[in-house]
Design a protein around this ligand. Structure first.
Ligand SMILES: *Cc1c(COP(=O)(O)O)cnc(C)c1O
Length: 433
């Protein structure tokens, strides 16, 4: 059909109100807001007036100009084999946690007792859930992240005083964040004891005195010192007098057979730690959060400190954390415990769904990641592709993040639910090498 002359086209261009009343456009308004949608409608009307599109194409052109999502955060498929990938948002939440988070997004009784109408402890259901899993703790507190938990603990217990800590535990947790800087930033002084590889009980004994606010033990989660080493266990530190704060890092609440080298909250508290701090989005498999578990008097000191208000956890976080602690095994543990034979079968099925000769199933170890359990391999399998696929898959509409190893692109299905496999297969087939 020939293009109508511009003068006619102008007359036929639908009015803004008419376009906004179209059901699909009205639905877009509810997602993106009236101003954003009006702007794309007006741009589409302009295109129609100048004859670039036909008048009856205005609605479609306006809708096509809107983004697919309401946020710029792009969901990606983690095929790296790194279970807790900080750059990909660490732990993916379980469906139960997502549901809880969505429910809490409105107005909720996060800090109100409905039976009395009075103010109550913030997120008490979440705290109860944590204490049920870790009865070794008398009290709990949830803050924004593990770093906040640690800084709140050392500030509340040792501002203007000393934090006694081993030189072997003054770690950098990633992206240039160093624990010593974090701890001293709010006014506690570090009293370093021992050496990088060896610290003894006598070193701690010599340093502890009237000026000691707390003894800090940090799990050096992202590296390992091997050979001539010694460190002092929590149980030995706990009898020295000052409260022992144990930053266990990854958030294992109870011991797990798969990761015997990871410290856990229950054991550390049973050994006499006054406080344990950890992250919510590493091995716990929940939302970004910092957990503090320990003695009632010590947790209360933290809760009452002014800094506590600055690191207060959000209602949606509290909801997701409770659902994670109470609910089904989170995706992080599905990935950690993935059965190698099952992974191999999934890889074989994926290879079979690709052009012959393109891919093969190869043995490949996954890792825990998130600065946890370094050197601990998770035996499994991956689909090997030519190296150039890594960048193409990353740039796909539905980005697939693979890893490059020895000149090959490895697609590791460990961290993905099996219903993602056909999506991954399609992304690979879409790549034009
Ligand atoms: C990860 C980690 C932290 C920091 O926790 P975030 O939740 O990332 O703030 C602190 N200490 C240790 C030992 C860690 O492993």
């Amino acid at each position: 059909m020939p293009q109508p002359p511009p003068a006619d086209a102008r007359r036929l261009v639908p009015r803004t109100d008419t376009v906004l009343a179209e059901p699909a456009v009205a639905q877009a308004v509810s997602r993106f807001g009236r101003d954003t949608v009006r702007a794309v409608v007006q741009a589409a009307q302009e295109s129609a007036r100048s004859g670039v599109i036909a008048p009856d194409e205005v609605v479609a052109a306006a809708l096509a100009a809107l983004p697919a999502r309401t946020t710029s955060l792009q969901p990606v498929l983690n095929a790296t084999g790194v279970v807790i990938h900080t750059n990909l948002g660490r732990a993916p939440l379980s469906n139960a946690a997502v549901e809880a988070m969505t429910a809490a997004a409105g107005t909720v009784d996060v800090e109100l007792d409905l039976s009395t109408g009075r103010r109550s402890t913030r997120g008490r259901g979440t705290l109860t859930a944590l204490l049920e899993v870790v009865p070794e703790a008398e009290a709990a507190l949830v803050v924004n992240n593990g770093a906040a938990a640690l800084v709140l603990a050392t500030t509340a217990l040792a501002a203007g005083r000393e934090v006694v800590v081993s030189r072997g535990e003054l770690v950098e947790i990633g992206d240039g964040f160093r624990l010593p800087d974090l701890i001293t930033s709010t006014g506690a002084r570090l009293r370093e004891v021992g050496t990088t590889n060896r610290t003894t009980l006598a070193d701690y004994e010599a340093a502890v005195g009237p000026d000691t606010g707390c003894i800090l033990k940090v799990h050096p989660s992202n590296f390992r010192v091997e050979g001539f080493t010694s460190a002092v266990p929590v149980a030995a530190l706990a009898v020295l007098g000052p409260p022992v704060v144990h930053d266990i890092g990854s958030g294992l609440l109870r011991p797990h057979r798969l990761l015997p080298g990871e410290p856990d909250a229950a054991r550390s508290l049973a050994d006499g730690a006054a406080l344990v701090t950890c992250s919510g989005d590493k091995l716990l498999g929940g939302p970004q959060a910092g957990l503090v578990l320990g003695r009632t008097d010590t947790v209360t000191r933290l809760r009452r400190h002014p800094l506590a208000r600055a690191v207060r956890a959000d209602k949606t976080t509290l909801a997701a954390l409770e659902a994670t602690v109470r609910g089904p095994r989170p995706p992080v543990w599905e990935a950690l415990e993935a059965d190698p034979d099952r992974l191999r079968a999934r890889c074989d099925a994926l290879v079979a769904a690709l052009p012959p000769g393109l891919a093969s199933t190869v043995p490949a170890d996954g890792v825990v990641g998130g600065g946890g359990a370094p050197g601990h391999a998770l035996p499994g399998w991956a689909v090997a592709l030519p190296e150039s696929y890594a960048a193409s898959l990353r740039l796909h509409d539905r980005p697939v993040l693979a890893r490059v190893e020895r000149g090959r692109c490895l697609v590791d299905l460990r961290c993905l639910p099996s219903d993602a496999d056909p999506v991954v297969a399609q992304a690979i087939r879409d790549v034009r090498p």
